[in-house]
Design a protein around this ligand. Structure first.
Ligand SMILES: C=C(O[C@@H]1C=C(C(=O)O)C=C[C@H]1O)C(=O)O
Length: 275
């Protein structure tokens, strides 16, 4: 059976897959699309063998997973696709209503950590479909991620205060932030090391190829969007796709803070596959 590999349907993962199309590697795997939270559910249910999942989902299920080395969706400062849109300055949001996109897991917790720990603010949170207009009819501020955030930011919401959560995290901790990790089911990993090695190499080559040809990648990814390729060139250059020691440090700090806020039961060990 071909490995069943998850694929996040957000523009941010396009550079990961662009090279796979070019190299026709897609014939060797079954690629199953979904949003990050759905992919985690499918991985839990053994409908996938490996998938990018929200980094907080790893902490909640780590005993079932090992991590793919060298790959993540991260930032070190601005992220440009995780925005908190507010009608008032952030420090006026205490006890106000805040809408959280239901497509996110990691960034929902990140926002709670940043507001509680660094702004000393406890709003009233509720989960919502990712539509900024509708969210702000009910709330004073709203969190969006991924393509929804890219599109909303592009429309230049100049009536709003806009905060980039990657930038906020860096401002307070000095660390990178890891949003998605590639989790592999332990049972699959123990029997398929060679195949996983090839998958890892193919994905890392794909990322390298995409970043070397970032204009082409951006042009392709922007063809059905309102914004032009240049907007995405900036975005792809700002994202980080590796998982080096500084990303791991940032991730562990995020886990510690999420635990302090009662959003995690424990800080998991980072069990990274040695391939
Ligand atoms: C950078 C992003 O990272 C995503 C954010 C996630 C989350 O908040 O749960 C999950 C997966 C990542 O792909 C983004 O979508 O904008």
């Amino acid at each position: 059976m071909r490995p069943r590999v998850g694929h996040i349907q957000f523009i941010n993962c396009f550079p990961l897959f662009y090279g796979l199309i070019e190299k026709k590697f897609l014939l060797e795997i079954d690629l199953i699309k979904g949003n990050p939270s759905d992919l985690n559910r499918m991985l839990q249910e053994n409908l996938l063998d490996l998938a990018p999942i929200p980094s907080i989902a790893y902490a909640r299920n780590y005993w079932d997973y090992v991590l793919m080395p060298d790959i993540s969706v991260s930032c070190d400062g601005e992220v440009k696709s995780i925005f908190f849109f507010s009608k008032v300055p952030i420090n006026e949001l205490h006890q106000k209503k805040v809408a959280l996109t239901n497509t996110s897991a990691t960034s929902q917790a990140l926002l709670r950590v940043i507001l509680a720990r660094y702004y000393n603010i406890m709003p009233e949170y509720f989960s919502s479909a990712p539509e900024l207009g509708a969210m702000l009819m009910e709330a004073d501020a709203a969190l969006l991620i991924g393509d929804d955030a890219l599109r909303a930011r592009y429309k230049n919401q100049d009536r709003l205060y806009i905060y980039d959560l990657g930038e906020e995290w860096k401002k307070f901790t000095g660390l990178p932030m890891v949003f998605a990790l590639w989790a592999i089911r332990k049972d699959f990993a123990s029997k398929n090391l060679e195949q996983l090695k090839i998958i890892k190499e193919t994905f890392t080559e794909s990322i390298k190829f995409s970043l070397e040809n970032v204009q082409d990648v951006a042009k392709k990814a922007s063809q059905w969007e309102d914004f032009g390729a240049d907007y995405l060139v900036d975005y792809f250059r700002c994202l980080r796709f590796d998982f080096d020691s500084s990303k791991q440090e940032g991730l562990l700090e995020y886990y510690r803070q999420a635990k302090n806020q009662g959003l995690l039961d424990e800080v998991p060990p980072l069990e990274i596959l040695g391939i």
